[in-house]
Design a protein around this ligand. Structure first.
Ligand code: NZQ
Ligand code: ZN
Length: 402
């Protein structure tokens, strides 16, 4: 039956929703004052490692709330995980996990701390000799050490997904990992944490979440009306709240909308049954490796060029985005599609985000040859929803973003 349906769909060039599985086991506690809930979620006899970043939690009251909730647990702290979590730092935590027989991890931070914790969850139970192989060889994590999350920065969706991205400065690499064993057991989403986030990171969060939706939406039309409309509504919500959350991150009701939109953008729901792209992220990670540019800003640089370069294969969805999200109803499909890319870029600018690589580094011309070499070496010879974007195409996209 399924095969027949797909055969007829092909015959009549009608696209139908793809088969899928969906399981997301992460328990969410969303709302004011819920950090204390971690005490109910972590097993009473657990030996916990509490992981955090460069110290923001010590200035905004989050550290004290977590410590109070953990008062009856045996806890070892590991702070200092940098943005774009660094392998060498994580290995120090791994050694302590092993020597101290830690059996539960608690990430208190944004995407970097959560991703670092996911790496440790995997590496702590990994039997191989070299934990770098998990990233280098793309080993999926079926079972990891259990961990929970206190989210301090809405952006990545890492608090409700099973992926992570780890950097290794020494090798000039930033690589992804994942697997069903890497969902957090629980995540505390208290929108009050947004109050202390500086405007640059708020802008990053909005653009990262927005681009997550784009990567799962801006492909070609397929019979997935619901996924499309959920995607469009996440983008519309982010656009609606952007000016007020940028101006006043302490506004609780807006912080709620911001936080939940970011989680929903990458918790797996909107990618089910539809083709996905992820070219913007693949190229963006290399810009972080080369120039240390914040993750979200790399996306703002690449997305406009990517959509302009791959216009023909994406124009129908671009026009749908134009009509439904930007309310552009005049003109041909092509005119609407182009207008939407311009609007998207203007939206990034409205958040104070530059969209040209030359605004971030004088050495911007190094980018295209570096990325060409990296993608070729890794065998990334056909990416995007049609698996037809070659390293030569990537060079053109990157050069368009100069
Ligand atoms: O380190 P501290 O001192 O805590 O400061 C952080 C950091 O400097 C600060 N911050 C966090 N919460 C704060 C706060 N400052 C004030 N008040 C708060 N409440 O913000 C800075 C950035 O934090 P980081 O965790 O690096 O940001 P983000 O959440 O944007 O994470 C970026 C990382 O996540 C990866 C990115 O590649 C990058 O490495 N991603 C992970 C994904 C995933 N796992 O699904 C998907 C994404 O596409 C992305 O690739
Ligand atoms: Zn992202």
């Amino acid at each position: 039956m399924k095969n027949n349906l797909q055969y007829f769909a092909l015959l009549f060039k009608k696209k139908i929703m793809l088969n899928f599985e969906f399981k997301n086991p992460t328990k969410i506690h969303f709302g004011k004052g819920l950090i204390a809930k971690i005490a109910d979620e972590i097993p009473a006899d657990a030996k916990v490692m509490m992981l955090y970043g460069g110290g923001s939690i010590k200035t905004n009251g989050i550290y004290e709330q977590v410590k109070a909730a953990l008062k009856n647990f045996e806890v070892i702290e590991f702070g200092g995980i940098p943005a774009n979590p660094e392998y060498d730092v994580l290995i120090k935590a791994l050694n302590i996990i092993k020597s101290e027989k830690i059996n539960y991890l608690l990430a208190v931070g944004g995407g970097s701390v959560i991703d670092g914790t996911k790496f440790l969850s995997s590496a702590a139970l990994y039997n191989g000799e070299n934990p770098w192989d998990i990233l280098q060889k793309g080993i999926r994590t079926e079972v990891g050490m259990p961990f929970g999350v206190v989210l301090t920065l809405p952006a990545t969706g890492s608090e409700m997904n099973s992926g992570a991205v780890i950097s290794r400065a020494e090798n000039k690499q930033k690589l992804g990992m994942g697997g069903p064993g890497l969902f957090p057991q629980f995540s505390i989403l208290d929108p009050q944490v947004v109050a202390s986030i500086p405007p640059r990171q708020i802008a990053n969060g909005i653009v990262d979440a927005y681009t997550h939706v784009l990567e799962q939406y801006m492909t070609y039309p397929i019979g997935a009306l619901l996924q499309d409309r959920i995607s469009e509504s996440i983008m519309q919500t982010l656009m609606e709240i952007a000016p007020s959350i940028m101006k006043n991150p302490a506004e609780y009701d807006t912080a709620c909308e911001f936080m939940w939109s970011c989680t929903m953008a990458l918790n797996g729901l909107i990618q089910k049954g539809v083709p996905t792209d992820w070219t913007v992220h693949a190229i963006g990670h290399e810009l972080t490796v080369l120039y240390g540019i914040d993750h979200a800003r790399t996306l703002a640089i690449i997305a406009p060029s990517h959509y302009r370069y791959n216009f023909e294969s994406k124009k129908e969805k671009l026009a749908q985005y134009a009509e439904r999200v930007w309310k552009i109803n005049e003109g041909t499909t092509e005119e609407k599609a182009y207008a939407a890319i311009n609007k998207m870029e203007a939206f990034f600018h409205s958040l104070g985000m530059e969209t040209k690589l030359s605004k971030y580094s004088e050495n911007y011309r190094d980018a295209a040859p570096f990325i060409f070499k990296t993608f070729t070496e890794r065998g990334m010879t056909g990416i995007g929803e049609h698996k037809n974007i070659s390293p030569d195409d990537v060079v053109k996209i990157v050069e368009m973003s100069y």
